[in-house]
Design a binder for this molecule. Structure first.
Ligand code: PLP
Length: 453
């Protein structure tokens, strides 16, 4: 029908992360409403949203308290900004809350609208700091292959996935990528996790020495890599990386955009892995994505040079009209209160342990190469040949097939290549996890039948 939402979607709407021609053939999946961990499409079909939207809807899709918080703030003060000396209460409350929640001493919060902008901002703060300290040569940033930090020019440069770079002539200058810590895929034969971590830390140190330590400003990393395929760091990884960074006075930026606010079974991924970041970047689950907002926490090491009037530069000339929007800030604050009051971090730990156990039962399935994850984030990596880890045809074909079957069976997952990711809302119960895993099992069996076809 020419006037249907599906037809108009194809006519007028260019989707994010989609090939438009392919989208024309496939047609849209239109989600109309949400309740708890479920969403419903325009045909009335209900799904477990096992990705929490985009790794982000911690409190589920129908939290009335967030709606009420938005309405209250909307009626009182629908917009104000924080440029110069001006500000508003919701943002002060949120800044205080975040600084006090931080697992390492943090000094100030700065607000942006998206994870990408927050990482861009972190990079600009770091460059500004180097200039303020009279070290203009210290501008290089190291991130990792398979890391994901966003899609703006700078944050896409930090991202270590070919899709985000090749067709855009990225990365920009001063961004370097070191190896990803994916033990199952990248360890040498016979190498233990500790040995693999040591090798990666040595590789990082060699890169720093080759570039000149005085030119390296910071290292960016997600505690657990998300979009790169849910890569949980191997034993000793962050400790060894942190030691190298400390040795050369290099800042650590923890991109907590996915891990933050309970995902790994602690409030922050940095706690789970003993990281001591100088900057923490947070978004998504900060407001359960009901409204866009992101934040950076910076410690004194970063803040002091920015604040120093004698630094010859003067003002930190950076900020966004909507950065720290009062309605988004009020929603984020209420969301964090809910996460604390309902102890959703413990739920992520307990139900997460159940999800990890149940998913690992599928490790013996003929298509499953690896099951990995921690807390309420996991991936099931599919292979056609368990011994060689070879894909089925083109990389991603099997992941796409299984993801489609799983969707037919009422679960929304996401395949990153051949890795099926699971990152459900923090409110999920053990029974709901069982339903999810049962649907996955049925879908993998159906996929296997097609593969062996
Ligand atoms: N950092 C991480 C770890 C992410 O997973 C994402 C998005 O998925 C981003 C940054 C970028 O966030 P946004 O899409 O809000 O720009």
């Amino acid at each position: 029908q020419p006037n249907s939402p599906e037809a108009r979607d194809i006519l007028y709407h260019l989707h994010a992360y989609t090939n438009a021609r392919k989208h024309q053939e496939t047609g849209p999946m239109i989600i109309e409403k949400g309740e708890g961990i479920y969403v419903e499409d325009s045909n009335g079909k209900r799904y477990i949203e096992a990705m929490a939207g985009l790794w982000s809807v911690g409190v589920g899709f129908s939290e009335q308290r967030l709606v009420d918080a938005a309405m209250r703030q909307m009626s009182k003060l629908p917009f104000y900004h924080n440029f110069g000396h001006k500000g508003h209460s919701p943002l002060i409350d949120l800044a205080e809350k975040l600084v006090k929640m931080a697992p390492v001493p943090m000094s100030k919060a700065f607000f942006t609208n998206s994870g990408s902008e927050a990482n861009d901002t972190a990079m600009k703060m770091i460059w500004y700091r180097s200039n303020a300290l009279g070290q203009p040569q210290r501008k290089k940033i190291i991130s990792r292959k398979r890391g994901y930090h966003g899609v703006t020019i700078a944050s896409a440069s930090l991202t270590g996935l070919p899709n985000n770079q090749i067709s855009f002539d990225l990365p920009i200058a001063n961004v370097l990528h070191t190896s990803s810590p994916h033990y199952w895929r990248e360890a040498l034969p016979g190498e233990s996790e500790e040995q693999f971590s040591t090798r990666l830390a040595n590789e990082l140190e060699q890169m720093i020495l080759a570039e000149g330590p005085e030119t390296i400003a910071a290292f960016f990393g997600e505690p657990v890599m998300g979009a790169g395929g849910v890569v949980v760091p191997p034993a000793g990884y962050w400790e060894k990386i942190q030691a190298v960074l400390n040795k050369y006075g290099i800042l650590l930026v923890a991109d907590e955009v996915i891990c933050g606010f309970g995902r790994t079974g602690e409030m922050f991924g940095s706690q789970t892995f003993g990281m001591k970041p100088d900057i923490m970047v947070m978004s998504k689950q900060i407001s359960s994505s009901y409204l866009p907002i992101s934040a950076l926490l910076i410690n004194d090491r970063v803040f002091e040079p920015l604040a120093d009037e004698s630094n010859r530069i003067g003002t930190f000339g950076h900020g966004f009209t909507g950065g720290g929007h009062p309605v988004a800030a009020a929603v984020a604050l209420e969301n964090l209160n809910i996460i604390e009051e309902r102890d959703l971090v413990s739920n992520a730990r307990e139900v997460g342990a159940h999800m990890q156990k149940r998913l690992r039962e599928l490790a013996s399935h003929e298509l499953v190469g690896e099951v990995r994850g921690i807390g309420l984030i996991a991936a099931v990596e599919l292979v056609a040949d368990k011994a060689t880890k070879a894909p089925w045809g083109q990389p991603g074909a099997l992941g796409g097939l299984a993801n489609g079957l799983l969707q037919q069976n009422g679960v929304i997952s996401r395949n990153m290549g051949d890795a099926l990711a699971f990152c459900p809302p923090l409110i999920i119960t053990k029974e709901q996890v069982d339903t999810l895993v049962d649907a996955l099992k049925v879908s993998l069996d159906a996929a296997a039948a097609q593969v062996r076809g």
